[in-house]
Ligand binder design. Structure first.
Ligand code: AMP
Ligand code: ZN
Length: 113
């Protein structure tokens, strides 16, 4: 998608602080962190959200999540972390390219909203 900010980051057209990349996804620092450690795991394939996701994309997403579990040391998340994926404006989604927030580095607020 030409004007998608995350596609531009994936193509290297917008700079980012990249922590990991493979054929399926990138992990970058969120530009407006909401926790001491705040990353975005972004599948390289563009689709808007989990509702739009195909079965094949779901398999890829599962592979990405499994990979995240092996990167906790590199990401400084040994004590634990939270994964969040917003769908729609009511949930706070602002970028229409599926992504998963990875939050940690502190004891996080346990309220869900
Ligand atoms: P969401 O609100 O769930 O759609 O998440 C989008 C996230 O992307 C927000 O937490 C933003 O801070 C983050 N974001 C937007 N632009 C950039 C960027 N250029 N580099 C890194 N993170 C970004
Ligand atoms: Zn995109």
């Amino acid at each position: 998608m030409n004007d998608c900010i995350f596609c531009k980051i994936i193509r290297g057209e917008i700079p980012s602080q990249k922590f990991y990349e493979d054929e399926d996804m990138i992990i970058i620092a969120d530009i407006a962190p909401q926790a001491p450690k705040h990353y975005l795991m972004i599948p390289k394939e563009h689709y808007p959200d989990i509702i739009a996701m195909t079965d094949e994309q779901a398999v890829t997403l599962g592979r990405c999540l499994k990979k995240v579990s092996t990167l906790v040391d590199r990401l400084g998340l040994e004590d634990g972390f939270r994964l969040v994926s917003n769908k729609g404006a009511v949930a706070g989604q602002t970028v229409g390219h599926l992504h998963v927030h990875i939050l940690g580095g502190a004891t996080l607020n346990t309220t869900m909203a």
